[in-house]
Design a protein around this ligand. Structure first.
Ligand code: DAH
Length: 335
């Protein structure tokens, strides 16, 4: 009887697949109503001579079953753990995914270089709005209404009194309104003109500069801008000042550097002239001072403006302005 029980158990043990099977057998044999438990209960029906020997056999069987089930259980748990470890393992021999690094945009680099040079000369950095009043963009810069120079700026109008600024020069006016002389700042930022070809985009960047104090002369203008251009393009770069016209400066000048591509011999980029225009500048017009409440009899100053794209195109020999804004990683990676 006990031998049969043992045989059956051993057979059933072989069929164990899972922890649930283990539990099922534990209940079946050792549970309150289990087969072995029933044998233990039946001991009381035996005579006192039979009881100790039979009792020992039942107990041995109970211990055997307990040990067997425990052994099975711990093996199953171990297998489960191994399976989990395998499933969650990381193959450290797989090649990694390369992280591709960004680069500073060539325009940001150029602007940083410009800002750096002027900050070393004591200029601070000023900002102004891109959506600007006609007053600051034109009127206070001595462009009267209906002045033909307004037409040259291809203005985007938001309304009759509001424009997208066509240059950074309005920041001159805002900067002077805020403080008394001496003033010395540059004003970089975005500007907008309705124009598009390989050297023009509807949005581009300029840096404005302004220096006002007592006794500022044209030679200060020449000195500061020559120093700037020599640091930007190299100390041997030829610099040339040409008379020009801007409504907000008098006298006005345009400033050229010797063509850095052909060295002055004449090429496609300098259109055969050997010179490249890089800056507009001049002595601040008394009418501008009057708009901001500075006494033109007491103060004088110079202003200048340049296009950052143009400087970057010359510095890095880029022949199409649109490349700056296409975000083609192959272009950007070259700087
Ligand atoms: N605002 C001018 C432009 O966009 C550039 C310029 C010329 C700025 C002469 C100046 C200046 O401050 O004095 O073409």
């Amino acid at each position: 009887m006990l031998e049969d029980l043992k045989e059956t158990f051993l057979k059933e043990r072989e069929a164990i697949q899972s922890l649930a099977d283990v539990n099922q057998l534990r209940v079946k044999y050792l549970g309150k109503k289990g087969l072995v438990t029933a044998q233990l209960k039946a001991l009381s029906t035996l005579s006192s001579e039979e009881r100790p020997a039979y009792g020992k056999r039942v107990n041995d069987l109970k211990v055997l079953i307990e040990q067997e089930l425990e052994a099975r259980e711990s093996r199953l748990k171990d297998e489960e753990l191994q399976r989990q470890l395998r499933a969650e393992s990381i193959d450290i021999t797989l090649p990694g995914k390369a992280v591709s690094h960004g680069r500073e945009h060539p325009l940001s680099r150029t602007l940083s270089a410009i800002v750096d040079i002027f900050v070393r000369m004591g200029f601070s950095v000023e900002e102004g709005p891109e959506v600007e009043l006609d007053y600051y963009n034109f009127e206070a810069l001595n462009f009267p209404k209906e002045h033909p120079a307004r037409d040259m700026q291809d203005t985007f109008f938001v309304s009759s009194e509001v424009v997208l600024r066509t240059h950074t020069s309005p920041v001159q006016v805002r900067g002077m309104e805020k403080r008394k002389p001496p003033v010395r700042f540059i004003a970089p930022g975005k500007v907008y003109r309705c124009d598009a070809d390989i050297t023009h985009t509807p949005m581009f960047h300029q840096v404005e500069g302004l220096m006002v104090d007592r006794d500022i002369t044209f030679s200060h203008l020449k000195g500061v801008l020559e120093a700037f251009l020599h640091r930007m393009f190299g100390p041997d770069t030829p610099v040339r000042f040409r008379p020009s016209f801007f409504p907000f400066t008098e006298p006005s000048a345009e400033i050229d550097i010797g063509c850095i591509l052909c060295g002055g011999e004449g090429c496609r980029v300098c259109k055969g002239s050997g010179w490249l225009e890089v800056l507009g500048a001049g002595m601040v017009h008394p009418a501008v001072f009057e708009h901001v409440g500075y006494d033109p009899g007491e103060y004088s100053g110079f202003a200048f403006g340049m296009g950052i794209e143009r400087i970057a195109m010359l510095k890095y020999a880029i022949d199409d302005i649109r490349l700056f804004f296409e975000n083609d990683i192959r272009f950007l990676k070259q700087f």
